[in-house]
Design a protein. Structure first.
Length: 141
């Protein structure tokens, strides 16, 4: 069975409580439930990981570099804006990676306007709230 891997970076474990005016009141668990339903309709599996540590995200990208991985949905959180190490890990692996942001980073502080990771991704989806994860999922079909 093919799988899709969903990786969430720092502070995303706090979704639902964190800056609700920016990120909304839905939690990471709500996003997972929604993707599980979609996965069921496509007969594939989904693996979810969240970490506040850069190295963990890199390790999971490496672990996902397998034939059975159809694609990776990655929200690197603030690492988006400066982690060359995550960028290099994305560039090093085979499965396509779609970068997701819940908020419209271009409507926020200027340090959020640049992603050092997006250039090595298949695409980027941002500003649609948690629905962005569903849209990223659909992009693999
Ligand atoms: C974010 C945007 C980042 O700038 C921020 O650091 C996050 C969340 C988003 O999903 O909108 O932690 O990746």
């Amino acid at each position: 069975m093919k799988r899709i891997v969903v990786l969430n970076g720092p502070n995303l474990n706090l979704l639902g409580n964190r800056e609700v005016s920016v990120y909304g009141t839905d939690s990471l668990k709500d996003m997972e439930n929604s993707l599980q339903k979609l996965a069921h309709t496509k007969n594939i599996s989904v693996d979810f990981f969240q970490s506040n540590h850069e190295g963990d995200i890199i390790d999971w990208l490496h672990e996902s570099n397998k034939e059975d991985t159809l694609g990776i949905i990655l929200n690197p959180g603030a690492f988006t804006h400066y982690s060359y190490a995550i960028r290099d890990a994305v560039a090093a692996i085979q499965p396509p990676v779609v970068e997701v942001h819940i908020s419209n980073v271009h409507a926020r502080e200027s340090f959020r306007h640049q992603s050092v990771i997006a250039p090595v991704c298949k695409g980027q989806i941002l500003g649609f709230g948690l629905k962005g994860y569903d849209l990223a999922f659909q992009s693999f079909f």
